[in-house]
Design a protein around this ligand. Structure first.
Ligand SMILES: [Zn+2]
Length: 368
């Protein structure tokens, strides 16, 4: 397995050398040059962290991060690098941590445990300003946060509340699945993309596809619960964003759009997908202006949008490392900040979705 990994590395490195040289239309036939290439290759395999200048072209992405690169390491060493310091360590752990949070939410949703329920209710109490604590769920004795906690811990796909109304919970699982897919794809990409050109191409495409998938899946919860009594609008909005997402994934998988030159294009595409949600959000507001929970949910969605937008600015401007190249190689560079903001935005959407679900549970119309 290891030998095979090395062969792939060697193959990819050579492939890269040829790709770089192809602009000058020269073929490497000189034995001395081949020996030099072998020396560089062996040096990179030594588990040493290397400087930006020592990287092959396909790993040169951010010139303001000057050092601590893993470069074409064997797979075993890459896996072990999860627990060592390099310039991707915090990029990996920020999204791995986010993945663990969403796995926990999924488990809590599938298992009915009183302790978890109380825990989640307490979390909500701390994050709420208290004003909404007094909102009753359709006249029941439960507080808003208690019914909200009950929503997340309900194990069934069809929940029947105290008044006998059925509320489908599958859109919530669609959202959790999308978030988990995005975060684990990102984690694996940051871990393994340094292995070889082939891995690099595969994992970064996986990362982009994961982001597009999470954006699409994020739409399901709010749109389904808000427009469930208007099925044509529900189907229209969900099918439109799904189609948009499929086209985005196809576009992002195109090799022509893979290079760093299209960084802004990719970000613009993701932002366009996300902010297309303003259309159904405006529609929802016009239909349900008098419902406080809808306003609360929209507030959380606005927070989510702001967090994503700030994250995109960090991602594109490469601030702060561009101000002092080399100073933020390990901690504090733009991509780490972007990752933290992505997780925070996903959690804001999580709260918005639960508020909308809770609101719909109190409605006299049932979700079928
Ligand atoms: Zn990332």
């Amino acid at each position: 397995m290891r030998r095979r990994g090395k062969n792939i590395t060697k193959y990819c490195y050579r492939e890269n050398v040829q790709r770089v040289d192809s602009g000058g239309a020269t073929n490497r036939t000189d034995n001395t040059q081949n020996d030099d290439d072998e020396k560089i290759l062996l040096e990179r395999r030594k588990k040493n962290l290397v400087k930006y200048e020592a990287l092959p072209e396909y790993l040169k992405d951010n010139e303001y991060i000057r050092d601590y690169y893993r470069c074409e390491w064997p797979l075993k060493d890459i896996v072990l690098s999860l627990f060592s310091w390099h310039n991707e360590t915090l990029n990996i752990w920020t999204h791995l941590g986010g993945f663990v949070i969403f796995v926990t939410l999924m488990i809590m949703s599938l298992m009915e445990k009183t302790t978890m329920e109380n825990l989640f209710a307490n979390i909500f109490r701390r994050t709420s300003n208290g004003e909404w604590m007094n909102i009753k769920n359709n006249g029941s004795a439960e507080s808003f946060s208690d019914s909200y906690a009950r929503q997340i811990t309900n194990p069934s796909f069809l929940d029947i509340n105290g008044d006998g109304y059925e509320v489908a919970i599958w859109p919530w699982f669609v959202f959790l699945g999308g978030a988990m897919s995005c975060l684990i794809s990102s984690t694996l990409s940051h871990l393994f993309a340094c292995h070889s050109l082939r891995y690099n191409l595969f994992f970064w495409r996986l990362d982009y596809a994961g982001i597009a998938l999470m954006i699409v899946c994020s739409f399901f919860c709010p749109i389904y619960y808000i427009f469930c009594d208007q099925p044509y609008w529900c189907i229209f909005y969900l099918s439109t964003i799904t189609l948009f997402g499929i086209l985005a994934i196809i576009t992002l998988l195109s090799p022509a759009l893979f290079s760093g030159r299209f960084r802004s294009f990719r970000v613009t595409l993701f932002l366009a997908m996300g902010f297309s949600g303003l259309i159904p959000a405006t529609h929802a507001l016009s239909l349900n202006y008098g419902h406080p929970q809808v306003l609360v949910a929209l507030s959380y969605e606005i927070i989510m949008g702001v967090l994503y937008a700030i994250g995109a600015v960090f991602y594109m401007t490469r601030f702060p490392e561009r101000c002092k190249p080399g100073a933020f190689d390990l901690v504090g560079h733009s991509h780490q900040i972007f990752h933290v903001l992505v997780v925070a935005a996903a959690l804001a959407h999580c709260v918005a979705s639960l508020v909308i679900m809770d609101w719909r549970r109190g409605w006299p119309t049932a979700l079928r």
